[in-house]
Each structure stands twice: as C-alpha cells, then as structure tokens.
Design a protein around this ligand. Structure first.
Ligand code: 2P0
Length: 324
C-alpha cells in the first residue's frame, strides 16, 4: 500500500457523444439503455488530485478551489475505498478547464479523472477497461472519457459487462468541433432527471433504442471507413432523435432555446453554400458544430455575425486519461 499517503493527479478530457446515451436500465449501477459513441476533445479537460490521508477526519473536496460536500462525490470515494479495502478519508482537488457552462459534460472529465487519480491513490492498479467501469458509477458519460479519440460505451447488462473501449485513437479522420456557448445559466432539468422522465414516459422510447442501435453501426462503420459525411449526418440525426425524447416526455421539457434554433439554421445555410458541417446538442442549449479543418474559418466568420468571439470554442480530438 505504498501509494497511500501520496498525492496522485489525473487529467481527463470531456467528450461529445455522436450516438447519445439518454436513459438507464439500472440507475444505481448506471447501466444505460443503449450503447453510445463519442469523440474525446483536447481543449476541454479536468485535472483532479487525490490523496488518502490518515490525519483527515472527513473527506475534503474542492472544485475550482470551492469547498463542496457533494454526496455523489463522497459516494464515489466510498466505492473506491470499498474496492481497495481502506477506510481513510481523502483530500480531493479538482480543476475544470471547461469553459464555464460550455454545455460540454464536465461530469465526464470530472469522474474519469477522479476514478483514475482516486484508484491510484488508494493503491489499486486498474486497466483502462476497469477504470471505465469505475468512472461509469460516477457519471455515465465518464465511461467514454477514459479513452481518447473515438470511444464507445458498451451497454452491457451488469456492473462487469458495461464498459468503455477505444474505437480509434489517435483519430485518422479530419474532424473538429466548434462549440457555441449560448447560456451560462444552470439547467433546470439535470441530465439525470431528464433521461429518467424520457425513459419512463416517452412513447417513442422503444423506437429510439431501435434507431440508436442502427446509428451506432452506421457511425462505427463511418469511423472505420473515414467517411466524415456519413458520420456527421448520422450524429446530427441522432441528436435530434434524442431531443425528441424530451419533447415527447410527460412532463415535456426542452433544452434548446431560440439561439440554438438560430445556430441550427446557420448550419443548414452553410451546408447549402457548400460548407460541410453538422450540428449536435446535449442536455443544454449550446450547439456544437462538427466540421473539417478547412471549414473552421468560414464557419466562425458566419457565427461571428451573431455571437462574440468568447462564445465560440474550437477543439480537435483529445487524448486518453493520464496521470500527470
Ligand atoms: C451523452 N449526455 O451521451 C449524453 C447526451 C447528455 C446528452 O451523458 O446521470 O452526466 O451522470 O449518467 O453522463 C449527460 O449525462 O448523466 C450525458 P449521468 P451524464 O453524452
């Protein structure tokens, strides 16, 4: 147990889902209703340090230097303690290098980095697959953020069969993402609550699962074939299919706002002008545009008519989680 009492720091990057996860078969274990695919992003990441210290009387957790006693994080530390067979409290310091409310799931990079630093600090030596299963217990999207480039989360049926894996890293395809930050306000309906309502009440949920399984194969093949157009088109459709689960839920809810619709229209206009790009949105109003390198400039030019420079963030593919 020579790692105990030593501080370990891990860096994990956020990811953007191309085939979305939106619903759980098992809420406690975070077993999703479908498998998903994402692209890990290099510009947005979380650094988390963990030390298990025998002098502590409780867990001391800070996020961006602010103290928190978030139950989800403490439960996650309990999981690590149980796995490692230790009963020491931890000091956790986490810094998000994700633009404020960029609508990029910071819980993905947060739990991927916490799982990696925390397990190491507890004396566990976990494989990437085991790390992804641990990260999954913190937040579903974190399962994929253990891996760089194109990654997948195999749905599975229980704790040992639901894990992430790499599809392609480093990424061969020319692919970039432009995030347009539209709203800094915290969302009214969290992903966790939103997906539960959709899973339980949307009459379209079974069709979503069927369609998403097809989208998974289509995008997996597009990655293998280097087919950017099919990847972009399918990711865009999959995002809209996910958002239709919010509209069709009871009670109905919506993450998009009028600016989201404005960006969607801009993307369609750009495409008509021969600039190939596709949109996707997660559990918030911000739109992310998927494009290739030579089109970044004309897309930013167009966006600049409506949005300020600090609302526009560009990122390429990112690396897998690592200890730093
Ligand atoms: C995804 N999202 O696949 C989907 C698409 C947002 C939209 O995963 O309850 O923070 O912690 O497992 O992972 C965001 O939800 O939810 C998410 P929990 P999570 O990226």
């Amino acid at each position: 147990m020579e790692n105990i009492g030593k501080k370990y720091t891990a860096r994990a990057h956020t990811n953007i889902a191309l085939v979305k996860y939106w619903g759980k078969e098992n809420e406690e274990l975070i077993i999703p209703a479908n498998s998903s695919i994402s692209l890990t992003l290099d510009e947005f990441y979380t650094d988390t340090s963990v030390i298990f210290d025998s002098t502590l009387q409780k867990d001391l957790i800070t996020i961006n230097d602010e103290i928190t006693d978030d139950k989800k994080i403490i439960n996650f530390l309990d999981l690590i303690r149980k796995k490692a067979g230790i009963n020491l409290y931890a000091k956790v310091e986490s810094y998000n290098h994700v633009p404020n409310s960029a609508g990029l799931a910071s819980s993905a990079s947060a739990y991927a980095s916490l799982a990696t630093a925390g397990s190491k600090a507890a004396g566990l030596e976990l494989s990437d697959k085991e790390l992804s299963m641990l990260a999954r217990r913190g937040s579903g999207s974190a399962t994929r953020s253990i891996f760089g480039g194109f990654a997948a989360w195999n749905k599975g049926t229980d704790d040992n069969t639901s894990y992430g894996y790499s599809i392609e890293d480093p990424v061969k395809m020319d692919i970039n993402m432009i995030a347009i930050v539209l709203n800094g306000n915290p969302k009214k309906i969290s992903s966790r609550v939103g997906m539960k309502i959709s899973y339980e009440t949307s009459p379209f949920y079974d069709s979503w699962i069927k369609q998403t399984n097809d989208d998974f194969s289509t995008i997996e093949n597009a990655i293998k074939n280097g087919d950017f157009s099919t990847l972009g088109k399918t990711a865009e459709l999959n995002a809209m299919r996910m958002h239709s689960l919010t509209l069709s839920a009871d009670p109905s809810y919506l993450y998009l706002n009028k600016d989201s619709l404005l960006v969607i229209e801009m993307v369609k206009t750009l495409r008509e002008q021969g600039i190939e790009c596709y949109y996707t949105m997660d559990a918030g109003p911000n739109v992310k545009i998927i494009c290739q390198k030579n089109n970044i400039k004309p897309i930013i030019n167009k966006l600049s008519n409506q949005f300020s420079q600090d609302q526009i963030k560009v990122s390429g593919p990112g690396e897998k989680v690592k200890l730093i």
